[in-house]
Design a protein. Structure first.
Lengths: 144, 73
């Protein structure tokens, strides 16, 4: 798992991951790129991350992938990420395509629902929590 | 004493309190008007492990994190 301040260098990351697994005998490599869209007059999105729990969440996914003979990788931004740049990339490597196609779907969806990352719209230099697009994590409401 | 941390957009400074279970923490936080709009949608971690049981027993020095709704990517 890789965390960076600001936008991701997508080509460097995907190229490096490809090199890392070049001799691993995986038949499928499925990358996913999340790019900040220009909408609602935002200049950027901004992100807070709670790394200890994100790392545990990611470790659990690495174990799930390993059980299928696959590998998952991800990188995410911290702080401001301007429109038309990328804040999130992930990828699955697996021996055959079917496992990778299913795993990238499950991994990215669970990422959206349970990775401890908070998103803010940036307009006129001001950061506003994206409450309407955010999802309560599994188990929410315990203390209410 | 246990320490309560409020993550992400909640924007509240950490607090310390005496508590023997998460139910004690719940009672204390429910009395805090700053948190009334957050608690029903927040998840809870104890020493960086997610927890789902109000009966979870706490010990001195435990750290409890309150996690509001997320949106990575």
């Amino acid at each position: 798992m890789e965390l960076y301040n600001g936008p991701l260098d997508v080509k460097e990351i995907f190229g490096r991951w490809l090199d890392e697994e070049a001799e691993s005998n995986y038949g499928a490599y499925i990358p996913f790129v999340g790019t900040i869209r220009a909408e609602d007059e935002i200049e950027a999105l901004s992100f807070d991350i709670y790394e200890p729990i994100l790392q545990k969440w990611f470790d659990t996914w690495q174990e799930k992938a390993a059980a299928l003979g696959a590998v998952v990788k991800m990188a995410h931004s911290i702080g401001d990420v301007p429109v038309h740049t990328s804040s999130y990339v992930s990828a699955v490597f697996s021996p055959k395509r079917r496992v990778a196609l299913e795993l990238i779907d499950a991994f990215v969806e669970d990422f959206k629902a349970n990775a401890p990352i908070w998103k803010y719209d940036v307009k006129n230099g001001e950061r506003m929590y994206a409450a309407d697009r955010s999802t309560p994590m599994d188990g929410s409401g315990l203390l209410a | 004493m246990v320490k309560i941390e409020f993550l992400g957009p909640i924007g509240k400074a950490p607090i310390e309190m005496e508590a023997s279970t998460l139910a004690d923490v719940s009672n204390r936080l429910k009395a805090d008007s700053e948190l009334s709009s957050w608690l029903d949608k927040c998840a809870v971690a104890l020493n960086d492990t997610m927890v789902n049981d109000l009966g979870t027993v706490l010990k001195d020095g435990d750290r409890i994190s309150i996690l509001p709704p997320v949106c990575g990517g």
